[in-house]
Structure formats: structure tokens, C-alpha cells
Design a protein around this ligand. Sequence first.
Ligand code: MN
Length: 751
Amino acid sequence: MEQKHVMTPEEEDRMIEDAFKDVLDGYLKSNHRKKVEIIERAYRFAKDAHKGIRRRSGEPYILHPIAVAKIASQEIGLGSTSICAALLHDVVEDTDYTVEDIEQHFGKKIAQLVEGLTKISGGIFGDKASLQAENFRKLLLTMSEDIRVVLIKMADRLHNMRTLGSMTPNKQYKIAGETLYIYAPLAHRLGLFAIKTELEDLSFKYEHPVAYARISEQIKESEARRAAVYSDFSEPIKKKLDEMGLTYEAKARLKSVYSIWNKMETKHVPFKEVYDLYAMRIVFECDDPAKEKGICWSIYSAITDIYKLHPDRTRDWISVPKANGYQALHLTVMGPDGNWVEVQIRSRRMDEIAEKGFAAHWKYKIGEGDEESELNVWLRTIKDILDNPEPSAIDFLDTLKLNLFASEIVVFTPKGELLTLPADATVLDVAFELHSELGIHCIAGKVNHKLVPLSHKLKSGDQVEVLTSRSQMPQPEWEAFLVTAKAKTRLRQALRKNRMPMIAKGKMILTEWLEAHDIPDNNAVISKLQGVFHVPNREELCYQLGSEEIALGDFLIKTLKKQADAQQSRSLFSKLLNLNRKSDSKAVAETAENAPKAKINTKETYELNYDENSSNFRIAECCCPIPGDDVMGFIDDNGEVVVHALTCPRAQVLKASFGSRILATRWKTVTAKSLAHVRIEGIDRHGILQELIHMISSHMAIDIRKLNIEAHDEVFDCDLWVRVADAEAVNSLCSKVKTINGVQSASRIQI
Ligand code: MN
């Protein structure tokens, strides 16, 4: 934040008091009980505790907890307990007060929330934050005790994102990446759609500043035209709704900058094509929840009297709400200009749930606990996974992320029981979902009474029966088509159980052999063996030894002894160096092995230099960025800088997991050419390919390194690898190619 002039202490204090008054006013307008006294006390306490401390931006620290409390109250809809916890959320971490102090002053509940928030924040914002996945597990564990911890954490993250501008670039990347990877999907899953959208947009703004500015500009330019189209479309509907005597609000629904960009990237379409999809939202007032469904369908009927309905795009989220609580009636109709327009119909209550998620459920709570049951189902799934932790926390995160992102289907058991599963779930997923034993012994399924294989993908509404046989054994290949985290975990468990005797046998063989040849059993020796036999870990090594797929031979003795000696002297040396530190020798030896060779300052933007002879970085093979792309650096185990595209999924994982090894980067001097992959599709005609190749190689003087052309019937597609100077050159190649008569599309393929 920029400061226009330096405030006097009195002015500053007035600003703080005003900010707090804003929180209180908003709270008093809500439906919560009016517990003003404790909120005021929490505020005074926090203000005093953070006294004299400032944020990086220069503003008094207390403004941050106040802002978090405001988001928790006004944007998420939480009550006094959460407002107090939000005001106090950084007190234990940043000041001398303890959780016990909080409990003494504010009672057990608030103290527990503050403790939960302190536990997870230490790792997530701290510099020691290399174990993000582990922290995330903790976050979710805490969450199953009290969901409010996560909701307040979400508010904390949102405010940090809104004020991210004052951070150093590498911190910005780390926080933005983590937000996109963990917090936005979690917000989605909790039904906090408005917050999810803002988090995505803010992350995007810091990761792709140029694209963000360009799309924002394009939105502004097209505003007038959009307004005209919207009013043409909405006027007849509004007239009808007025005649029906409804009180309602109607507005054009805007796509977020991030979602526009996402669509342009994944579908390779220009801005205009994405943005010309219009949507309208109607929110009506209704005091009686029992009447809502009827009103929704009467509005539906009114709209379809005016416009033609798209036959299979009606979505009834009222009869079967989404697992995150979302309710609405969606339909798509043909607008007056011939474009499809989506209309979303919701009551005010449904709208609040859509914007604020489960917090709004509590506001409208009718009866006992039922609204939370869907959420509890999800929490139980997470607990299931947490109870059986995978060896690698990153795996866990990926498994979970799959579930957070997937859209859902609903299927039925023969008894009519309803199961909500991620899209693409298979018969085998259902079997494991019902019971481990059913999964392990599943041989096939019956879907709508027809026999289907285990890997058969289900559709919403399918009725699924699982067929089993005692002689069936679990197969590792099954994992390839399983979709739910639960099924994968259960399958791996079963496979592990079957492997146990082999692993134990292998362990014995290994230990005896090492002892017989006087070789110590240490990291260096084992990783050497893993390298020789191409196995990923010790467990697999033992398994293959036990099942006699591999065998230890005399040819290994010499190299292993050398390895062992090297490790011994190395750890002795580190021990001497670290005599006064607390760390144990094993951890020290490991860090010594993994520490970057050259010291790179992660606080500064790293400049990428590359000519024919040398370069100070390596291009990641997963996403192959070229000069001009938005990229980031990652310091690998050898201290080498690996450059990933910001859009690369692998980069997302790295950002969330190894924050301290992420580098902000800038293309500096790059003279060597890079390889880029372009896909061209079009309608085949005589001579078109000659024309294409001629244009590229002679006309534009671009090197073609590889070319794959396939023609089927009237269409062809062509994969082309070319050597270019930068991203700009590929773009201009694509637009030139598109001018060839018959070419339908030409775009760069990155991942
Ligand atoms: Mn905070």
C-alpha cells in the first residue's frame, strides 16, 4: 500500500478505531446474537498486544487482524466467536502471550480456535515452510475438530493476497502458487465461491501480470457491447417476472479474469470466443423455503416461453444439491442474437449459500444438524485418508486435490442408496467405496442390469451392482483407473498387505548380505543399490529381493564399500561443523547432501542467460518453456536452476512444497534458439501441406526439426517442432499459418 503522507499517531489511531467500528457495524447488522462486549475486549487485547508493530507495507499490524475479522464476519458470515478468534489469530504466534492467556481472558472455545490457527500458520507462512503437504494435513486434522479454523484461515489468506503487493517477488510467487494449489480448491469445496474466485484472480495477477492486464483491458473495452446484448436479452424476461409479481434482482454474470484466461489457455481459443458466452442470474426474495422450488420452476417456465431451451443443459441443483451445499436451477436458452445464454435461478437464501458456503447454512439453520451432514461426509473421507497416511505427504496432497477439483456424479446402489462420486468414477471405485473387501474381490459390475468390466466409467443416475468372487486378488494395475482417494488408499493397503511377507524376506536377505561383507547399512549404500537396480525406494528394493526378481552379487561389494566410506567421512565433517547445534547427525548428513552447490539469493530476481555455449539454467522437460513465457526457477538438489512455465502443473506442486527453493526469474540475454511444439489443424486439400512447409521454412526462415502429419478423411492435423528465438516468434508463426486457406487452427502446445 502506498502512503500518501505520514500520519500523526492520533490520525493513525482514528483510522484503526474506524476500521474496527466497521467490523462491529457489520456484525450488528447480521442475524447473529449481539455479543458486542467480548468482541470489543478481543479487539483491545489484540491492539495492545501488537502495539508498535508494523507490517511490511508500513501500516500498523493491528489493521491485519481487523481486516481478517471483517472478512470472516461480512464475507463468510461467521459470528462473534470467530470474530474474536480472527482478531486474536496472530497474538500467540507474534507476541509473548500464550494460548493459556487467551483461554483465561476469552474462554476455552476461542483459545482452541487461536491455537489451531497458530499451529497451521507457523509452517505455512514461515520460512521453514518446505513441508507444505504435512502442514496441509495438520490443517485438515484441525479442521475436522472445528471447521471455523479453516474458514478464518481462509479469511487470513484472502487478506494476505489482497496485500501481496508489498512482498518480495519470490514470496509473491510462493504465496500465490500455494493459494492456487491449496486454498482456492479448498474454498471451492467449502462452497466459498466469491472467495475462491478472488483468490484465483489475485494469484493470477501476480503470476501472469501481463496477461492479467491485457484481459482486464479487453473486458473494459467490450463492456458497452456486452451491456447492450444483455439488456436486449433480459428486458422481456424482467417484464414477465414483474407481471408475476415477484421481487427479484437480475444481473449479468461476469466471468472472472482468471477463468477467462484458463479457458483461453486450455481450449486454445481467442478472448472473443470465451467472453461472448453470456450468463444471467436471477435472485428472488422468498420468506418460505417450502415455496422456493415452485418459484424456481415457474421462472424457468416463464423464460422458456420466451426463448428456445437447449435440450440437455438444464441443471437441477435444487432437488439434489451439490456436495458443497450449492443449490440453484440452471438452464441454457438461445438469445435473440443466436448465442446460447445460461440463466441461473436462485432464492436469496440459495444465493447466500452459493456466495458464502456452509457459513450461510448456519444462518438459515432449520432443525438439527442436517445441513452440515454433507460437509461431515467430506470430513469423514479426509479422516479416512488421514488415518492411513501414505508414505509421502505429497502423494496425499495430489490424491486429495483430485477429489477437491473433480465435479461430481450421483449413482445408486441396488437398494436405492445414493452415492456421490467424482466424475469418471468406475465400478471398482463404487466397490471400494462400499467396503474394502468388496473392492479387493470385485470381478465385474452390473450397471443398469448390464454386465460391465471393473474399469467401466459411471454416469450420473446409473444403478450399480458389484459382483465379487473369493478367488479374486487385488491388482496393482487397478490403480490406473481408480478415481476416488478412498479407493486408491484401500487398494494400496491391500497390495501392501500382500507384499509384506516378501518385503520381510527381502529385508533379511539384505541385512545378512551386508553383514557378511562388512558393509554398513546407511543411506549412501541403500541409494546406491536403488540406483543399480532401478527401484524408487528401500521397500521396493526389499520386495524385489524377497520375490527373487533381483539378487545381490559380488560385483557390488567394491562400489558399496567406497560409498559407505564417503558417507562416513562426510557426516563426521558435518558433525564437527555443527557440534553446537541441536540437529542429529542423520539430518545433517542429508542436508549436506541436498544443499545447493552455489549460493543463489532467492530474494532477488534471477536473470536467465543462455547462448550456444553456456547457460545458467536448465529447461524443465515437463513444460519446455521458451524465452518470453512466464516462468519461475526452482533450485534442484544439485543447486542447478530449473526453469518451469508458471502454467506447468509440476511447478504448482513445487511452489506449494518447496517455497524456499523458488526463484523469481527474468529472461535476460538469450541468443540460442529453443524448441517449440506447434499443432496445426485444418481441412485437407491438394497442395496445402507444401504450401504450409514452404511458408514456414523458406518464407519465414524457421528451422523445422520434426514434423508429423496425419490426414483422415477430409481433415488433417500436423505436429510441428521448430527452433525459434522466443514465444513471440511462435505466435507470429501461428498467425501467419492461419492465413493459409484451409487451416482451421494453429497454436503452440506447451504441456
Ligand atoms: Mn495473519
